[in-house]
Design a protein around this ligand. Structure first.
Ligand code: GDP
Ligand code: MN
Length: 386
């Protein structure tokens, strides 16, 4: 799960990381009022969307008066903002965050992510922070220093000192920098994050080390342990089909292809998507209905797949184990009747109760094709979906 910048900064502040004071606003009028309340000559109006790259897309504006704050907020609110992270359709800005403006001396990069190679959280620090970090990571990877974080002991003092040196921080700034690093590492582990990024972490002209931007993602499987974080979820920022699927405990991820997939088991779902691709098609979604899904869940899954207007055909690929083939058949039949199936459907069933499942499908009178193997099923659906 992802959260907004203003929420991420609230968490950083809770962990003792300095952030600019700010007020979150729903309207342009509130933005003008926020400028006055902050009482600073310089403020920043920042679009709140779950995507980075806002600066380059006009979503971060420095303002020097309440009127200017209102104008900039007006220009952002209610409109879709397209950044290099949003995709061409962009994200609608529903809130802006008005913060006190900072006088920047240097922009640094600091983040914690999970390193798959070492199976541990890893902190990354780079003296060249700001808006070009992706390019830098590609062209000059040696500029990014890494430190593996011990999951119990956290970031150790020598690691923080080494990274501060890499960032060019000395004296008082190194002290503050080390504190930010230790606290960010603690936040990451405490809150079961998958990413905690401060870009830029700045040194101000006054010599303070401050988080000017923040992006935090969480491991959704651990959210039950953090009710306060879970409450920060913003459904407006998520794909409506994924929100719907999560209500029924379905592992569904929307993709941009044309063949809807309903599969049991994540591995089989991946393999199914691969074979569809191999046969010249492209999957419209990843969906693992799970081993213990009931008829109701299967029905809902099927409805979610068909609600996607890009879907030109559906492939059901079930290897019955704990999940019985007749359960799937019943769900497919119920859903197809409810939504009036208007697109080609290919079903491949194998495993527990396969005979019963096939019989139910045949007797249902639904206009579907069956297949004996995954290859055959993928070929049939790709052909049928055009
Ligand atoms: P992003 O583009 O979505 O990553 O948004 P950021 O919050 O990182 O802002 C982008 C850039 O705007 C930063 O790298 C800074 O250069 C600039 N910026 C943001 N806030 C301030 C501020 O308070 N003062 C000044 N001078 N520049 C700022
Ligand atoms: Mn940023």
């Amino acid at each position: 799960m992802n959260i907004h910048e203003f929420q991420a900064k609230e968490l950083l502040a809770r962990y003792g990381v300095a952030v600019p004071e700010g007020i979150v606003c729903d309207t342009a009028e509130q933005a003008a009022e926020a400028f006055r309340k902050l009482g600073s000559d310089l403020a920043v109006v920042k679009a709140q969307i779950h995507a980075g790259g806002r600066g380059k897309a006009g979503g971060v504006k420095l303002v020097k008066s309440a009127d200017e704050a209102r104008d900039k907020a007006e220009a952002m609110l209610g409109k879709a903002m397209v950044t290099h992270q949003t995709g061409p359709e962009g994200r609608v800005v529903r809130k802006v965050y008005v913060t006190k403006g900072a006088d920047i001396a240097t922009e640094l990069y600091l983040a914690v992510a999970v390193d798959r190679k070492t199976n541990a959280p890893v902190m990354m620090a780079c003296p060249e922070g700001g808006v070009e970090i992706e390019t830098l990571a590609e062209e000059k990877p040696e500029a990014i220093q890494r430190a593996r974080i011990h999951p119990m002991k956290g970031l150790l003092p020598f690691q923080a000192r080494r990274m501060c040196k890499h960032l060019g921080l000395t004296g008082e700034q190194a002290k503050q920098g080390a504190k930010v690093m230790t606290n960010l590492a603690k936040l990451f582990v405490d809150l079961d994050c998958s990413l905690a990024e401060i870009n830029p972490l700045i040194v101000t002209e006054q010599g303070d080390v401050v988080a000017l931007d923040a992006k935090i993602n969480f491991d959704s499987n651990a959210l039950y342990r953090h009710q306060d974080v879970a409450a920060m979820r913003d459904l407006n920022e998520e794909d409506p089909k994924e929100v719907e699927a999560s209500k029924f405990d379905l592992n569904y991820i929307a993709l941009d292809g044309t063949i809807g997939c309903m599969v049991n088991g994540a591995g089989l779902a991946m393999a199914t998507m691969d074979v569809i691709q191999l046969k010249g098609g492209s999957p419209a979604n990843f969906l693992d209905v799970g081993g213990g899904a009931n008829k109701q869940q299967v029905t809902n899954a099927f409805k979610i797949i068909l609600a996607d207007p890009n879907v030109k055909g559906v492939l059901v690929n079930i290897f019955g184990g704990i999940m019985k083939c007749d359960t799937i058949a019943e769900g497919v039949i119920a859903a197809a009747k409810e939504v009036q199936l208007d697109r080609p459907l290919v079903v491949r069933l194998e495993g527990t109760n396969v005979e019963l499942g096939r019989k139910l499908l045949e007797e249902s009178g639904l206009p579907l094709e069956t297949a004996k193997s995954l290859d055959e099923a993928a070929e049939k659906i790709v052909a049928a979906a055009g």
